[in-house]
Design a protein around this ligand. Structure first.
Ligand code: ARG
Length: 457
């Protein structure tokens, strides 16, 4: 084809089109998975007598050698190959001649790439799970040391009710445990092997699909060959789980940034996780936390890129699917990097309980407790709410806080107030008497820590 116009468009266009078409610059990262998949396939072909036992043995041995050489750097990936699959097969054929050409029997790059990518994602999920664990350990480390550090809890970023720093931190641990669970769920669904789907319609060869599937650690194989080569749901699901994880890391980073500011100073970040300014000598900036917050957008972008690339694709394989890799690679790279910097940053930060407590002493954070006091004396909650609301209004007008009022002043608002009211609205009481499950008390936070510690085992 194209002899007539090949003259007109000449080589330059071919080169550009070739570059455009090529994926080796990024799918080279899957060389381990590609070789693993090929070894399993060749072993199965040999065991089923589709190729001879001797050829199968020669192929698997040479693939092992190629893997070893790539790992050690003695063999370099030839960037002029279209993709990693072509490269591995080319090297094998260069070395084994006719025998090497038998590897691709009853296989297509379509089921091959779908398999490689699942294997790659599965391996990478292990790294993310490890990263999540390390952040959880750092959170637990800080929470254990701050079960008694009273701080203001916020809603609308307005002081709301007192909690402890340990309680606050454990909220993030719960999010991360769900993230780990989401990745696990998606991995379970993903863990079926496309090999044997071939190009789209299976093959006339009598394969043993269970054998390849189990050799590669899959639970089973894809039941429909068209779906086997065109399913990228796992990319969407995993990237969605990573996007949710990043959203949590971003929220945590946002708080770290706030807490480390002079306005809050609830924490001091370690020098090794902060940067200075080129002009302002006093600056100590939380760049790492800001970058985690900023990089969250990339992972959302990766998710949208995947969803959009897949939308409207007819069955079965389409070249659009080559676009899945850079998106999911980037999502993993970003999440792994963020986890690996967040863990030590959290572990090395220093909490400032005095500043937390000072902030909790302002802002009428004990107003709910004052209303609860009246309720315990028999007043309906709505009525108590109103009484306390008026008291807060008067205090603000007089530049006072509730605990500054004399017992007489208290009694002017309700006869139900007694001398024990001061004790009832002290910060310590406000925290320690919040005995409902999941609350900020020391025993409650210890229970939460125990739950996370159990998860970490
Ligand atoms: N590099 C391709 C990809 O990543 C491999 C599959 C090619 N299949 C094909 N029919 N052109 O999707």
């Amino acid at each position: 084809m194209g002899k007539m116009w090949a003259g007109r468009f000449s080589k330059e266009l071919d080169g550009t089109a070739d570059d455009f078409n090529s994926s080796i610059s990024f799918d080279r990262r899957m060389f381990r998975q590609d070789i693993r998949g090929s070894i399993a396939h060749a072993t199965m072909l040999g065991s089923k007598g589709i190729i001879s036992a001797a050829d199968s043995a020669a192929i698997t041995a040479e693939l092992g050698a190629i893997l070893e050489e790539l790992e050690s750097g003695r063999l370099e990936i030839d960037q002029s190959c279209e993709d990693i699959h072509m490269f591995v097969e080319q090297v094998l054929t260069e070395r084994l001649g006719e025998v090497g050409k038998r590897l691709h029997t009853a296989r297509s790059r379509n089921d091959q790439v779908a398999t490689d990518l699942r294997l790659w994602v599965r391996d990478e999920c292990q790294k993310v799970q490890q990263g999540i664990k390390e952040v959880l350990e750092a959170i637990v480390y800080q929470a254990e040391r701050n079960t008694g550090s009273i701080m203001p809890g916020y809603t609308h970023l307005q002081r709301a009710q007192p909690v402890t720093f340990g309680h606050y931190l454990m909220a993030y641990a719960m999010m991360l445990i769900r993230d780990a669970g989401r990745l696990d769920d998606a991995c379970k669904r993903m863990n079926v092997c496309p090999l044997g789907s071939c190009a789209l319609a299976g093959t006339t060869f009598d394969l043993d699909r269970s054998m390849t599937a189990s050799a590669l650690g899959f639970d089973s194989f894809c039941l429909n060959s068209l779906d086997g080569v065109s399913d990228r749901d796992f990319c969407v699901e995993i990237t969605s789980a990573l996007a949710t994880l990043m959203m949590h890391l971003s929220r945590m980073s946002e708080e770290i940034i706030l807490w480390a500011s002079w306005e809050f100073k609830f924490i001091e970040l370690d020098d090794s996780y902060t940067t200075g300014s080129s002009i302002m000598p006093q600056k100590k900036n939380p760049d790492m936390a800001e970058l985690i917050r900023g990089k969250t957008g990339r992972v959302y972008g990766d998710l949208i890129a995947l969803l959009t690339a897949l939308k409207g694709l007819p069955l079965a394989y389409n070249k659009d699917m080559q676009e899945d890799k850079e998106a999911i690679f980037d999502a993993f790279d970003t999440a792994e990097m963020c986890l690996s910097v967040l863990a030590p940053m959290v572990r090395t930060m220093r909490s400032c309980p005095d500043n937390m407590k000072a902030a909790a002493q302002k802002g009428f954070i004990n107003a709910t407790d004052l209303a609860d006091y009246l309720v315990k004396q028999g007043m309906p909650f709505r009525a108590a709410y109103k009484v306390v609301g008026q008291m807060v209004g008067e205090c603000i007008a007089n530049h006072k806080v509730l605990e500054d009022l004399s017992l007489d002043e208290f009694k002017q608002h309700s006869e139900l107030f007694e001398a024990d009211v001061y004790e009832a609205i002290s910060l310590e009481t406000c925290v320690n008497k919040r005995i409902s499950e999941g609350g900020p008390t020391e025993p409650s936070v210890k229970k939460q820590i125990a739950y996370v510690t159990e998860f970490l085992k």
